[in-house]
Design a binder for this molecule. Structure first.
Ligand code: HEM
Length: 369
């Protein structure tokens, strides 16, 4: 690039952007900034590739995920290879050392053992979150904790609100009781609200509703002979939409008790949300758009994720800042005008190459070579 045009570019760039050499981050702790244990539910990767990806074996929720859902170059939950960059070695001899593509062995798999990484810098209004919930709870500490837990779907120590499953869910380790649950026994959201953050983020659905068991009941359902609940078939099967997550807080920690004090320390704080996925649009974007942010979800209307949702009204002016929670008595409580607690400050999509791809990139000749 000519020196004059580079100088012009630099000048214009400076007017809009500043270069940040390092993104400050907090210590890697198990709690996210609102004070809840995070990162405890992860899909279990089928490294040995022994789990079936056949539709007929997935009526119910399982925590197993096909290797190709997270690591590129292997079969995914459709029993297919997720689209990825492949190289024809006839056109690029340097690609010779890359592994062969399993599905197209004449081509080299640049992406094998790599993954896509999503990063989001999410500002959290910790004070605003706890103060708003405190107000709704009439400053009753126990009610405050209960309401916060209902918005997340877990208590602050990670205990799920949904009832534990009476049998072990496939892919959940025997010592992982905190994750051995689905929403099959709580279909009306009495224990865990349907709109709670963890329920929206992973509704723990199978390919069929929970009461479908075996061939005939599946066939009857397919042919439309069964009586259906209103909310059925509205939530996609979870197995195509799993994420491996690793959040990391930034900014000074403010406990819920400190957040409620009038002199709570004002600071920029939040979460650096990171997840890995083989297909960003089918996994991360789907979870975010179809489940967390959609104002219609599993029979709910006019509400989005109570924790991370944006509160913008719909284009026709309908408000979306509500949160409904069904109480044990069957009465539905509706909280209105929830403020926005989380804002997206920035982020990016990245490709994380495997070691062979890194070597290939490192050996690439530059025009000066
Ligand atoms: C500041 C923003 C966020 C906060 C405070 C937050 C908080 C939490 C907490 C406390 C849990 C429960 C712990 C666990 O199950 O591991 C959780 C689970 C989860 N979150 Fe978030 N989260 C945030 C953003 C997001 C985003 C942007 C996504 C994806 C679009 C997401 C997806 C998930 C998923 C998939 C789970 C696991 C649900 C399950 O498997 O049961 N979260 N989150």
């Amino acid at each position: 690039m000519k020196a004059a045009s580079k100088a012009l570019l630099d000048e214009n760039f400076k007017a809009g952007f500043s270069i940040m050499r390092e993104l400050p981050t907090g210590k890697l702790v198990s709690k996210e900034p609102f004070g809840f244990i995070d990162g405890i539910s992860q899909p279990r990767i089928d490294w040995s590739q022994v789990q079936s990806t056949d539709n007929h074996d997935h009526d119910h929720y399982s925590n197993w995920t096909a290797l190709g859902e997270i690591v590129l170059g292997y079969l995914n939950e459709y029993g297919l290879y997720t689209p990825r960059p492949l190289i024809d070695p006839a056109h690029d001899p340097a690609a010779e050392n890359l592994p062969d593509a399993e599905d197209l062995p004449a081509l080299k798999d640049f992406a094998r053992n790599g993954s896509y990484l999503v990063m989001r810098q999410l500002r959290q209004d910790v004070e605003g979150f706890w103060r708003h919930i405190d107000e709704l709870a009439g400053s009753n500490a126990s009610l405050r904790e209960q309401l916060a837990a209902r918005m997340v779907g877990r208590k602050r120590d990670g205990t799920p609100l949904a009832p534990r499953s009476p049998h072990r869910i496939p892919g959940i380790n025997s010592d992982d009781a905190i994750n051995n649950f689905s929403y099959d026994l709580d279909r009306d959201g009495v224990r865990c609200p349907i709109g709670a953050h963890v329920r929206r983020s992973n509704p723990r659905t199978g390919d069929y509703p929970p009461d479908v068991n075996g061939f005939w009941s599946r066939m009857l359902r397919l042919l439309g002979f069964c009586q259906q609940r209103d909310d059925e078939d509205l939530v996609a099967s979870t197995r195509f939409h799993r994420l491996m997550r690793r959040g990391r807080g930034y900014g000074p920690i403010l406990s819920p008790t400190q957040a409620l004090k009038p002199d709570a320390e004002q600071a920029e704080r939040g979460l650096q949300f990171i997840c890995l996925a083989g297909n960003i649009s089918r996994q991360f974007e789907f979870v975010q758009n179809a489940w967390n942010m959609r104002s219609k979800f599993a029979g709910l209307e006019n509400e989005r994720d109570p924790v991370i949702g944006v509160r913008e009204p719909l284009s026709d002016g309908t408000s979306t800042n509500h949160f409904r929670s069904v109480e044990a008595s069957g009465v539905t409580r509706e909280y209105r005008q929830l403020p926005e607690f989380v804002n997206v400050l920035g982020g990016g999509y990245f490709f994380m190459p495997g070691i062979a791809a890194l070597r290939y990139l490192a050996s690439a000749k530059t025009p000066e070579d």
